[in-house]
Design a protein around this ligand. Structure first.
Ligand code: MN
Length: 287
């Protein structure tokens, strides 16, 4: 079933927040899935993690998780000490998600964010190989615990390892484990892919989740994203996974800074109304 989800940070200026208000309200706004920050979950008490999951169950809400690994936890680092710290951090996060009943974590689980090719290198190959080595270790660890790792294909200005669907396909084929799949995001695809439809069809059975947003990260339906072409491609591959919108329309705070929002994308937005309208748009046009 194609679920309709939203990333909590649409409402927040900081990444580390109390998720309870969003668990309580997104169902009423038309969503059946909420994506949370894995970096927050990992630092929560295991009992609190389970309480959050029970609350989501009570709201009939599926949970998924996102992460942009920080540099000290770079699983693609050429420094084995850093890479090991990254593996430890990722395992701790996988344990946390397992404690919450399992599920998907996507984003830069394969390197740090935001990042650029290390100075002195002309090729990403050494970092790619470190990253693959890490995911070959993390994927079975995740799979055994009911957790799925989704490599998010991210544009060149934010990450350097996996920028388009060709690289993503090569990456997951090299890892070669069912717990390692791909997350496409229409915002990044708009920058890097020749064709939305061909990219989705290329990833095909490896596509585990898709992030939805307009070219400027407004809510779906507010811009010029070719939603018909995207819907057709999802139908072509028989996609039945999550569709999680990831809009960012507010400047300010660490979220605004990390996402690069330097102006009000929407003037005095009624965020709940925008989210509800976008949920309806996605149900009407993408399911
Ligand atoms: Mn995304």
């Amino acid at each position: 079933m194609r679920t309709v989800g939203i990333y909590y940070a649409f409402w927040t200026h900081e990444w580390d927040v109390d998720f309870v208000p969003y668990i309580k309200k997104v169902g009423k706004l038309g969503f059946d899935q909420l994506e949370l920050n894995g970096g927050t979950i990992v630092h929560m008490d295991p009992k609190k993690q389970r309480e959050l999951k029970a609350m989501a169950d009570g709201e009939n809400l599926k949970l998924s998780y996102g992460i942009g690994l920080q540099k000290p936890y770079d699983v693609a680092s050429l420094d084995e000490n850093v890479r090991q710290k990254g593996l430890d951090f990722m395992k701790k996060m996988i344990d946390a998600i397992a404690n919450m009943g399992g599920g998907m974590i996507g984003g830069t689980v394969h390197g740090y964010w935001p990042s650029t090719l290390p100075e002195g290198l002309d090729s990403k190959k050494p970092c790619w190989d470190q990253s693959i080595k890490s995911l070959k270790e993390l994927s079975p660890y995740a799979g055994d615990r009911g957790v799925q790792l989704n490599i998010e294909v991210i544009n060149r200005f934010e990450q350097f390892l996996v920028n388009d669907s060709h690289e993503a396909l090569a990456y997951v084929k090299e890892v070669d484990h069912p717990a390692c799949k791909v997350l496409l995001d229409t915002f990044h695809m708009n920058i890097e892919e020749d064709s939305f439809g061909d990219a989705i069809r290329r990833i095909g059975p490896y596509l585990a989740s898709i992030h939805l947003g307009e070219t400027n990260r407004k809510t779906p339906g507010k811009g010029r994203m070719p939603w018909k072409e995207i819907k057709k491609a999802l139908d072509d591959i028989g996609y039945d996974g999550p569709m999680v919108m990831e809009p960012f329309v507010m400047k300010g705070g660490q979220v605004g800074r990390d996402i690069g929002v330097w102006r009000e994308i929407e003037e005095n937005p009624d965020l709940d109304a925008l989210a509800a309208e976008a949920a309806q748009f996605v149900r009407k046009n993408l399911i």
